[in-house]
Design a protein around this ligand. Sequence first.
Ligand code: NAD
Length: 495
Amino acid sequence: MAAAQNQYDLYIGGEWIAPSSGERFPSLNPFNQKPWASIAQADESDVAAAVSAARECFESTWRKTSGLERAGMMNRLADLLERDAERMGTLESTDNGKIVRETRSQMKFVARTFRFFAGYADKIFGKVIPLDRRDHFDYATMEPLGVIGIITAWNSPIALLGNKLPAALAAGNTVVIKPSEHASVTTLEFARLVEEAGFPPGVVNVVTGDVRTGEALVKGGGLDKISFTGSGVGGRAIAAEAARNLTPVILELGGKSPNIIFEDADIGKATVGALAGIFAATGQTCIAGSRLLVQRSVYDQVLNGLVERAKGIKLGNPLELETEMGTAANEPQFDRILSFIASAKECGAKLMTGGDAARQGELKDGLFVQPTIFADVSNDMPVAREEIFGPVLSVIPFDTEEEALTIANDTNFGLASGIWTQSLNRMHRVSSELRAGMVWVNTYRAVAAQTPFGGVKDSGFGRERGEEGMKEFLTTKNVMINLSEAERDPFAVQT
Ligand code: NAD
């Protein structure tokens, strides 16, 4: 088990192990900026030990377990996550400042995702492939890849893990997880649940630490795939380094997602959807609808409604159920958000509400940013082009559907998008023209275990959840059998 309360060790091969270097660092609670947990800094030797524990377990045990056994453990883990959703949500909110209403429901969603992929574990079917020649018999099987490196960001540690781990385990892989240095606690607590669920030692390993730990995992080799969620800068560095070892990668990166309100939309619902798109999770979500495109005929109506709702958002202690917006998760992120607000003001975007840190009363020690709305933003301003990852909305007017699509697609990113319209024709027409991995129609930030999640362009590549998520962690083996007694021509390929 982990050592003293709130001091966490590394989880390697089913054991809690102190970091070789003895180095530890504090995790800060962004609500009061006080240290509340001590995290181990894993070095290259710790990472190598975790990868070899995962490899040993893969070869000796996990790849040989039946799908039914894997499903049983995964369903037990889902039970435990549901049992502990409240506790785990509270821990995560303490670590990253997200409100408990969100983090607790995320824990339950991850449990749901485990159940979905547990259902796949005993249905990983191959296929018989009919050939041109009848004297050969051919079949292809689906097999696990081996050891997967999972590297995650701080905004939703367990939800991000839940997009990757269930599919990886169901497919028969073992994993080494490196959570963000800004929010590692729930991933370590999750490892305790893995233990309790009865997984063999070495199936799931957790190494904590800063970027150096992530780099050691990527550089060290011994991985069959890397699944990364984080920034474009991190993703590019990892992809380049992984290429040296020919390790394939899945990259879930950032977004600057357009949320488009057409004049024929239900304006009340669309306004709530726009609010949910940017201020839920304090805007610290890759799928944030951070560019709101509104048709000019309903522009003022939407803007006024939105500003009124935003002014009423309750900022407060992330652990209280009535709080609607928590803190920025860490100081660099807080500074980054404020610098984008300053740049939007300098560029001449019209500030409608917010526009500063929030530091009064019980918020005084926390990394709070006011819900901020800029109107009349031009799509070439940095506030509309860069991912801010905070509660800052750029509202952009448009006249025609064609113009809306041009603005929506004029971005380096391509993760999520939203459309608000009551026209069936328009829903399908616009959906097909948007360059994004995901389109929501008359809703936003709705998720399901069954649906593929991921982006195009600078938002990365690969898919999580759904059938596509499962395929990411499997490889195909083809077996061809000669049934004939005849001798072949050794110098010509057989077709
Ligand atoms: P980050 O890239 O700084 O760090 C993410 C993780 O990668 C951390 O664990 C970090 O230690 C590690 N890391 C960073 N550089 C590395 C390197 N060179 N080698 C190995 N490991 C490295 O990202 P962040 O600031 O923690 O997270 C915010 C970003 O995550 C945003 O851009 C956001 O859009 C993105 N995100 C994407 C999704 C998605 O599913 N598409 C979801 C959530 C967050």
